[in-house]
Design a protein around this ligand. Structure first.
Ligand code: CTP
Length: 408
């Protein structure tokens, strides 16, 4: 899809020798379709995974692989084409993306080794460099690799977090290269360099809350926290000072944010109350559990003490968003509505009842939307309008929410 930010942008893509190289073909397509100019450098081992010919056709440019001309007889090399030298490519690019970046390539980058064209170009580049590591779970977790990845960050490279999932080895774990669309979104945001939240303080809540029935059993909901984490990340990248209050989730914190971990709705409420003063924007994306047991039992209930049928008494947990709506002290407030029927009507009611600036409506029954997905499909609703955000990455949706918030 054509995109203004990408129009005529010069994207240099470096491919090292990992199986995820096949996904990089799609990444090149995304940039070309968005109006960018793309050049590709491959390491010799990357050519074992995908054909340079494919990448040349997709990028509409010659693909560079070798540091030296492929000849034994240098007397026949008439003229070195400096336009396709590592120095020239490094200066040409607005953004250099290395995807996939193998352990080998990462190790060499952090130590300054430059024994192929891709690595020499890294050293001679003046543009920002984004690195998408890709490897097996055990390799990714290895302390040497973790140290190298930290080193990359210290050196100022923008490192993308590998995803969790099934790996080409058949193992399940971390190390999977982010999907092409995710890398594209990151690049787009990086290039747009929106710093429109500089000086603003943003409070985001995320994830589920859990309410313990006894010492070992609880009720909760399937929220994974992805939406809230993406909002926190996007806000931080746009210059905001971000506080993220999250229920139990298994996500890594976005960089440079203040994270507060909580379990129950009451704990989240207390954390919100301690952090909502002097805030500019509050985004309540947590799926706060609505019910909590009336009496808390702090030991494990034994079966033999229970009848065949038994019941627990629950009460409503505190409505944090409603409290925030009633205590607005200058901040803009965004809520979420999770609705499966009468969506618009219910969401609009929540908008008014909770005194919100706008509400994000999502329906978990929509394909690719809601709990656990990397994508979402929402409507942004305020008193005057309803804006449809088509199925997009949660990161994209997060940015759309922030765009709207800034207009309030
Ligand atoms: N919310 C909250 N505290 C609660 C319940 C929900 O702050 N105890 C917030 C959520 O973070 C969300 C919004 O209220 O931003 C709407 O949540 P939702 O679950 O859709 O609606 P509820 O208000 O809980 O009402 P219902 O479950 O009846 O739809």
């Amino acid at each position: 899809m054509y995109c203004v930010v990408m129009k005529n942008k010069k994207i240099l893509i470096g491919i090292s020798g990992g199986i995820a190289a096949y996904k990089t073909c799609e990444l090149v397509r995304l940039f070309i379709k968005a109006g960018a100019e793309v050049r590709v450098i491959m390491t010799p081992s990357a050519t074992k995974f995908v054909s340079p010919y494919t990448l040349s056709v997709l990028s509409k440019n010659e693909v560079l692989i070798n540091l030296f001309p492929e000849t034994e007889d240098f007397s026949k090399v008439e003229k070195v084409d400096t336009k396709t030298s590592h120095v020239n490519y490094g200066l040409w690019a607005d953004l250099f993306i290395i995807a996939p970046a193998t352990c080998n390539t990462i190790g060499k980058i952090v130590t300054g080794i430059s024994d192929n064209l891709l690595l020499t170009t890294v050293l001679s580049s003046r543009c920002p460099i984004m690195i998408a590591p890709s490897m097996d779970d055990d390799m990714f977790k290895h302390q040497v690799i973790q140290k190298n990845i930290s080193k990359l960050k210290e050196l100022g490279y923008k490192v993308l977090q590998p995803e969790q999932g099934e790996l080409a080895s058949g193992l399940y774990g971390y190390g999977r290269m982010p999907e092409p669309q995710t890398i594209f979104d990151e690049a787009q945001n990086f290039l747009s360099k929106k710093k429109d939240l500089t000086g603003k303080k943003v409070l985001v809540t995320a994830g589920p809350t859990v309410e313990y029935i006894d010492a070992v059993r609880y009720i909760t909901n399937p929220s994974t926290g992805k939406m809230g984490f993406e909002i926190a990340r996007a806000a931080q990248e746009r210059g905001a000072e971000v506080t993220l209050i999250t229920g139990p989730v298994s996500l890594n914190s976005p960089e440079n944010i203040k994270r507060i971990d909580v379990k129950s709705a009451d704990e989240m409420f207390n954390a919100v109350k301690s952090n909502f003063k002097k805030i500019d924007y509050v985004i309540m994306s947590a799926a706060v559990e609505d019910l909590k047991p009336v009496a808390s039992i702090n030991k494990k209930l034994k079966k033999e003490n229970l009848d065949k049928k038994f019941s627990f008494e629950f009460e409503k947990s505190v409505d944090i968003l409603k409290y925030l709506g009633e205590h607005k002290n200058g901040y803009k407030l965004v809520g979420f509505a999770l609705e499966t029927d009468n969506e618009l009507k219910n969401a609009k009611e929540k908008l008014t009842k909770k005194n919100l600036d706008f509400i994000v409506l999502n329906n978990p029954n929509e394909k690719g939307a809601g709990f656990g997905h990397d994508t979402n499909k929402v409507k942004l609703i305020d008193k005057k309008s309803v804006t449809d955000i088509p199925l997009s990455s949660k990161y994209e949706v997060a940015n759309k929410i922030l765009d709207k918030l800034l207009k309030k």
